[in-house]
Design a protein around this ligand. Structure first.
Ligand SMILES: O=P(O)(O)OC[C@H]1O[C@](O)(CO)[C@@H](O)[C@@H]1O
Length: 423
């Protein structure tokens, strides 16, 4: 289980030190009540961790692609891409082999040109993901990719180069896929894009990267079950109560997520969308900030330690001690670097993680340290579930709907209008 700690004291005592004991206790009870209410009718995202019925479709995609394609272009944006990116990052240190996955999630003409000129149509598969099936960026990528694939693949084989994930119903992506005769996997209608990492949206890319879908889902289920069994003290309940109390009582409206692991870079982007799009509405919200340790100690830490006290910090520590290459003794001693002689890179990072947390706490900042005991599917699945629960429980405390995003519609409508007006 992922542990959250707040320094030498437990969270209630830390809140007491900050004069926030009553507000925190009250909000923690409200968040716990929100979680208990969920138990009777689990939200769609939470139900995904018990699913097995969608595995055969995912395995079919994997088996069809195996040995045939060198590269997979995953088209999709926001929640239709970030979960897959966060999950597949784990494969970076494995040796699963298999095709290379590319996630051009931000529409960019130079990047599209680069991809099409560096890949081979005959050896490339397109995985297009869009819940709505109507997102302009994804459809534009898809149609340009089709024209590019056409340059090297005969018409009767085109359908094998595409797989789509979209909601059931009449929508542009599904219509296009039916015309192509390609495989189409249903995006569950009751799961929003930014909550879809445990559906095929995140799990097909994970499986194509050689990762274990059941590992992710089992880890997520362990966190969910633990929270439901202990709502009063569950880590996502405490996290939601803390974030909400700090925002409501102290105007601390920025949450900094700073893992000490390169493999969690994409995770911070996934979390950024989850938190911002779920909570930023009705004039309310809190701003997610991404940082990575130790590199951002050399760009952000000055602000965090010495700047305004308007942020709540979550550091994520991963197994480090004894990992990675060791600094050889002799050159370290010869160069006056005795303190690092014989230590591994992992030892150094672990000490930096601890030092940053303590430095921030000395300045009175509230720092949550989350510790992962392994960098594997189970632990990452648990982290996904933790933050999805924490986000919806924070929305519950704020009295807002975590699942919609009405504010982004205007820009989509205007984009379409401006495109029509272009000569
Ligand atoms: O999966 P879709 O429907 O293409 O949407 C992609 C993303 O666009 C948004 O709707 C915001 O524009 C996100 O909520 C969503 O994850």
């Amino acid at each position: 289980m992922i542990r959250s700690s707040y320094g030498e004291k437990a969270l209630p005592a830390v809140m007491d030190d900050h004069g926030l004991s009553d507000a925190f206790t009250h909000n923690r009870q409200r968040a716990a009540d929100g979680l208990t209410a969920m138990e009777h009718s689990l939200p769609g995202f939470a139900r995904q961790c018990g699913r097995m019925d969608d595995l055969p479709d995912m395995e079919t995609v994997r088996d069809r692609l195996a040995g045939t394609f060198d590269d997979i272009l995953v088209f999709g944006t926001g929640g239709s891409s970030l979960g897959g990116q966060a999950a597949t990052a784990l494969a970076r240190y494995g040796d699963a082999g298999g095709p290379r996955l590319h996630f051009p999630d931000s529409l960019d003409p130079y990047e599209m040109d680069r991809l099409f000129s560096s890949l081979t149509p005959q050896k490339t598969h397109i995985l297009a993901i869009s819940k709505s099936g109507g997102t302009a960026e994804t459809l534009a990528q898809l149609l340009t990719a089709r024209a590019w694939i056409d340059t090297g693949v005969p018409l009767e084989k085109i359908g094998r180069h595409f797989t789509f994930i979209t909601e059931p119903g009449d929508r542009p992506l599904r219509r296009y896929g039916e015309g192509l005769g390609c495989m189409i996997i249903d995006h569950p209608s009751d799961v929003g894009g930014r909550f879809s990492v445990l559906t095929a949206v995140g799990m097909v890319p994970a499986m194509l990267s050689g990762l274990s879908v059941t590992g992710f889902r089992d880890g997520a289920r362990a966190v969910l079950d633990d929270a439901l069994a202990n709502p009063g003290s569950a880590a996502p309940v405490e996290g939601a109560a803390l974030a909400y109390t700090l925002a409501a009582e102290r105007n601390i409206g920025t949450v900094v997520l700073m893992p000490y692991a390169d493999v969690l870079r994409a995770f911070t982007r996934w979390h950024g969308q989850l938190w911002a799009e779920s909570l930023g509405k009705d004039g309310l919200g809190s701003t997610p900030v991404r940082a990575i340790g130790p590199v951002d100690q050399h760009s952000q830490l000055q602000l965090y330690v010495d700047g305004p006290d308007d942020k709540f910090y979550t550091l994520i520590g991963v197994p480090g001690h004894g990992r990675g290459p060791a600094v050889p003794h002799a050159p370290a001693l010869d160069n006056g670097l005795d303190y690092m002689a014989g230590k591994t890179i992992g030892d150094i990072v672990a000490c930096q993680t601890r030092a940053t947390a303590e430095t921030l706490r000395k300045r009175g900042r509230i720092v949550r340290m989350m510790t992962m005991e392994a960098m594997d599917e189970r632990w990452l699945g648990g982290l996904f579930m933790h933050f999805m629960l924490e986000t919806v429980l924070t929305a519950h405390l704020m009295g807002i709907n975590a699942y919609d995003q009405p504010g982004v519609e205007d820009s989509k409508v205007l984009t379409r209008r401006y495109l029509c007006e272009l000569e």
